[in-house]
Structures are given as structure tokens and as C-alpha cells.
Design a binder for this molecule. Structure first.
Ligand SMILES: Cc1ncc(COP(=O)(O)O)c(C=O)c1O
Length: 396
């Protein structure tokens, strides 16, 4: 048995929706993309949602929309998927790595302030692993200085911040629909924007800077001669992807509820291991537990990499924790301030399997392997943990 780190929750409904898009004859960006954007905006409490080909391209457009360019600095966490830092490079800006706060693995006003300079034009704040960042304090730090705050909510759809959906109220937020995320369109992303004019510009930019969309031209009875207002990109999502996304979006609440149930059970079953820390809700919001990370204490009996190997031998496909971009060859020689928390988290954390269809029996295999490595009884949980709600298998 191999227990995957993630398995998307896809079924016949998504297959049928994709097939219908194909049968309709309209497979590129069209009516289903528009419908998906409207549904997504409603689900995330945002006014303008622009579907794109990935979260990476969403981040690129967000920085263009924020007016970031050559000579500017963009503060980013090194502790993130490398696309966060790369987005700054795409607009010719310099990514400046800031350290993170260990409980959430996110940037905070305290970690960002020391790296701000007169050249700082934007901060990309990641809701790491689906745990919302404390955006209010970051906005209070940045906005009076004219620094744009871009929320990298790649992992965070369905999480909440101050009682509202992650991304709502953001000047710019970027989401991912990669299959490792809680809902998927295969590949795909969404950029949400507060300002109507900026939204209109980003809509054009994702489609080569055209002032009229292909769908509008097709719908018109008169020939429309389009114009290319500025140099744009092909960052479009297809209608086949959007058809799948519409079905996935309807499942969002169920997916998040189940992930939270499984995360709570992990936390309980591992809670007696000394010094072990796990992903948790912050005081100001709720996580969707897109990634369930575990941070090993310095005196854990085995190394993180040995634990990954032991899990693999037990049939469990876990992953190292969040990467640190500044340690990758792509950023070799890139200057940065000391990043001690980032380096500790990336070296000592791992991500355990968590997916909608996961059963209690599968989760018990993972827990037993971690407990055995910790030198604890693998299956005899203290404090009655074994009596926890067994968690029914998710609907497939
Ligand atoms: C924080 C973060 N930002 C950006 C991305 C890039 O997303 P995509 O694969 O949709 O481009 C990811 C993907 O893992 C991510 O985790």
C-alpha cells in the first residue's frame, strides 16, 4: 500500500463537465471561464477574479498591476515554493528574502520591517500551506509607505482570515489550482483584484493586451477590429479547465471540512510526542490544511531525511517541508539577510499525507510510523486518543 501525500478529489461530475465543454466546441477561454470567475469571486468575497493559466502567472500579473518594475525591490519569504520569488524576477525587480514566524511559517510585520528599503515597492505575503498570514499588520506597515501587499494565496482557498475567506479584501491575491492544492483544474490560477480599472487591465494582459476578448469578438454580429494596447501575455485558462473548476468549487466546503477533521485527528494522535510541533490554526483565522506539516525538535531520535525514508518504507509518501528558495542554485549568490527560522523550518519539517479520501486506517499507518521513529508506542495512544472519531472515508 502506498499512501500518497495528496490525491485530488475528482470524479464523474468533473469528467462529464469537461466532456460537455469539449462537446460544446468551445474549448479555449470562453463562457465557462467567465462563469468560473464569477463563482470564484463569490466564494472568496472578492469583486474581480481573473482566471489564468497558473498561480505563477497570477503572481506575475499582480506585480505588473501593482506597477512593480526594474529597479524595484519585492520582499518575499524565502520559505515558499520558488514561484513566489521568481515572480519578482519576471518584472525585472529584485526579490528580497525576509524570514518567517515559526508558528505559521509566514511573513509578519516584525520579520518584514527590517528588510524594507526606499526601493521596496511590494511585499508578497504567502498563506503558507493554507495557513493565513496576518495581513492586517502587514498592510498597516506597508500601505502608508506606498508598498503594495500581494497575497500569495496559492494554497489558501477555503482558509479564513478574521472570519472572511482568504484573499477577500486583498488589493491583489493569487490562487493556484494545481492538483496539490485543495481544488484543482489540472493547472490553473486566479488573480483577484480590488480595483476595477486594474482588473480590466489584467484581463487584457492575460490575453496579449487585446482590448476585446476572443469570446466577445465571436459573439458580435459585426466584425470587431481588436487593438493591442500594450505588450501582454498568453496566460489564459481554457474552458475545459474552468468546467472542472466549477464542479470543484462546489465541493470546496466539504473538502475543507474534511481536511480540518483529518488535521485535528493528526494533531491529537501526535500531541504527546515531546517537542513535536504541527500545523495549526492561528489565533486570527482558520487553515484549510492544504499542507499538514510537522516540525521535528532538535533532539528527535532520527533526522528528518531518515524519517522520510522510514515513512517511505512503511508505504507512506511524505515530503520534505516547505523549500527555502535562497538555498536553491537559482538563487546562489543572491544577497540576503540571515534567515535562521527559514533554515530551521526547511531542514527539520516534513509534510504528511492529507487528502479528502484518506481513511482513518491510512492515517493510522502514517501516525504509527512517526510515533515509532519518535520512540513512542506506535499504536497505543495515551489519553484515550485511540477512541477518537474514526473518520469515515471521504466520498469518491
Ligand atoms: C506559495 C505558492 N506560490 C505559488 C505557487 C505556484 O503555483 P502554480 O503551480 O499554480 O503556478 C505555489 C505552488 O506550489 C505555491 O505553493
Amino acid at each position: 500500500m502506498t499512501i500518497p501525500v495528496m490525491r485530488p478529489w475528482l470524479g464523474e461530475e468533473e469528467a462529464e463537465a469537461a466532456a460537455e465543454a469539449v462537446r460544446s466546441g468551445w474549448v479555449a477561454q470562453g463562457p465557462r471561464v467567465a462563469e468560473f470567475e464569477a463563482a470564484f469571486a463569490a466564494a472568496t468575497g472578492t469583486e474581480h477574479a481573473i482566471a489564468v493559466s497558473s498561480c505563477t502567472t497570477a503572481l506575475h500579473l499582480a506585480l505588473v498591476g501593482a506597477g512593480v518594475g526594474a529597479g524595484d525591490e519585492v520582499v518575499v519569504p524565502s520559505l515558499s515554493f520558488i514561484a513566489t520569488a521568481n515572480a519578482a524576477r519576471y518584472v525585472g525587480a529584485t526579490p528580497v528574502f525576509a524570514d518567517v514566524e515559526p508558528a505559521t511559517q509566514n511573513l509578519t510585520a516584525t520579520t518584514v520591517e527590517p528588510v524594507l528599503t526606499p526601493a521596496t515597492r511590494a511585499v508578497i505575503v504567502v498563506d503558507q500551506g493554507g495557513t493565513p498570514a496576518d495581513l492586517d499588520s502587514l498592510r498597516a506597515l506597508c500601505e502608508p509607505r506606498g508598498i503594495a501587499v500581494v497575497e500569495d494565496a496559492a494554497c489558501a482557498i477555503g482558509a479564513t482570515y478574521q472570519g472572511k475567506p482568504a484573499g477577500s479584501g486583498a488589493a491583489f491575491a493569487a490562487f493556484s489550482f494545481h492538483p496539490r492544492k485543495v481544488i484543482t483544474t489540472g493547472e490553473g490560477g486566479m488573480v483577484t483584484v480590488r480595483d476595477a480599472e486594474v482588473a480590466a487591465r489584467l484581463r487584457r494582459l492575460r490575453e496579449h493586451g487585446m482590448n476585446v476578448s476572443a469570446a466577445e469578438r465571436h459573439a458580435s454580429r459585426q466584425p470587431i477590429l481588436e487593438q493591442y494596447t500594450e505588450v501582454g501575455f498568453n496566460y489564459r485558462m481554457t474552458d475545459v479547465q474552468a468546467a472542472v473548476g466549477l464542479v470543484q468549487l462546489r465541493k470546496l466546503d466539504a473538502v475543507v471540512a474534511r481536511r480540518r477533521e483529518l488535521a485535528a485527528r493528526y494533531r491529537a494522535l501526535l500531541s504527546d510526542l515531546p517537542g513535536l510541533r504541527t500545523a495549526a490554526d492561528p489565533a486570527y483565522g482558520t487553515s484549510n490544511f492544504q499542507s499538514f506539516w510537522v516540525l521535528l525538535p532538535g533532539d528527535f531520535p532520527v533526522s528528518r531525511d531518515d524519517l522520510l525514508r522510514e515513512l517511505a518504507e512503511a508505504g507512506v509518501s511524505a515530503r520534505r517541508g516547505i523549500m527555502a528558495s535562497h538555498l536553491e542554485p537559482a538563487y546562489a549568490g543572491h544577497p540576503h539577510a540571515p534567515l535562521p527560522v527559514t533554515e530551521r523550518l526547511t531542514a527539520r519539517s516534513l509534510i504528511l499525507p492529507l487528502f479528502h479520501q484518506m481513511t482513518a486506517a491510512e492515517q493510522d499507518v502514517v501516525v504509527a510510523a512517526v510515533r515509532a521513529a519518535a520512540g513512542a508506542d506506535p499504536t497505543e495512544y495515551p489519553n484515550g486518543f485511540a477512541d477518537l472519531d474514526p473518520v469515515e472515508a471521504g466520498r469518491t
